[in-house]
Write a protein that binds this ligand. Sequence first.
Ligand code: SAM
Length: 292
Amino acid sequence: MTDTTKRTFESFGYEWNTFDEIREEDAEFARVYFRDLDLASLRGRIGLDAGCGKGRYTRFLAPHLARLVALDGSRAVEAAARNLAEYDNTFVVRADLCAAPFASESFGFISCLGVLHHLEDPRHGFHRLVELLAPGGVMLVYLYSRPEGPGARRVGLWLASALRTVTVRLPHRLLRAGSALVAGALSVLVVRPGAFGARRHIGVLAALPMAAYRGKPFRSLVLDTFDRLSAPVEHRYVWAELAPWFAEEGLEVRAAREEAGWFVVSGKRQPAEGPTAPAAAAGGHGDVEEQP
Ligand SMILES: C[S@@+](CC[C@H](N)C(=O)[O-])C[C@H]1O[C@@H](n2cnc3c(N)ncnc32)[C@H](O)[C@@H]1O
């Protein structure tokens, strides 16, 4: 394991065991994450949530799958095991997704939410996930996006990158306190004015970034600020950079949405479909039942 991967796991192990509780607002965020996914089509499949963290979104997937592996490389699995204890069909595994202890094509569904952009080589991690996906399988990934034009979000991301040059090296407890201060500033300067603008229809304020935090508890913002300032590696993408990943792996992109990040649902073709099969032919999502 490289030093960077080790630091990544230490950072998230601390994060998810510190902010380990399941929160009401997770349900609303989950709706955003799973909006493009036909959850009913997952019935009978074996799933993998790669980089599950404390399992806050794994919980929403578990009822739709026959079995679900919640995998994470960090001590976050301790929080995940607590939060997923009530789901008998869910198994928590600690492993690096690049060296996951599963045979190729084991899973009929894979989710990987907010994980690949923290890898030193995200493209390699993506390839490993595609190897684990069975023909007919469906994959949902969420990756950080990068704005292409100027604007408030671009400025904010530039500031965050500047801060990160220092914060990724800070002791986690100290950074946690610092994150509360930064989150306080963001709340006062961006989130609340944005919410006010949206209520009063003041376009310039309503257009401020971080709309997802309007009306959400402050602790949510502290958690995400810590997350952004602590993880040693952060990659960001425009679609022109991501689209080739799917094309090169022969995946059919079924939905690609940019909402402060890329939400992409894709499918792996059945062998009979061939590389040029029409998109509609892959619409059955494969019958990937439990495997022996
Ligand atoms: C930002 S968190 C997202 C957690 C969860 N998917 C969520 O959205 O709440 C990223 C997670 O990916 C895990 N992770 C990062 N690199 C990994 C790797 N190579 N293998 C397995 N897990 C990894 C981290 O430990 C962390 O829990």
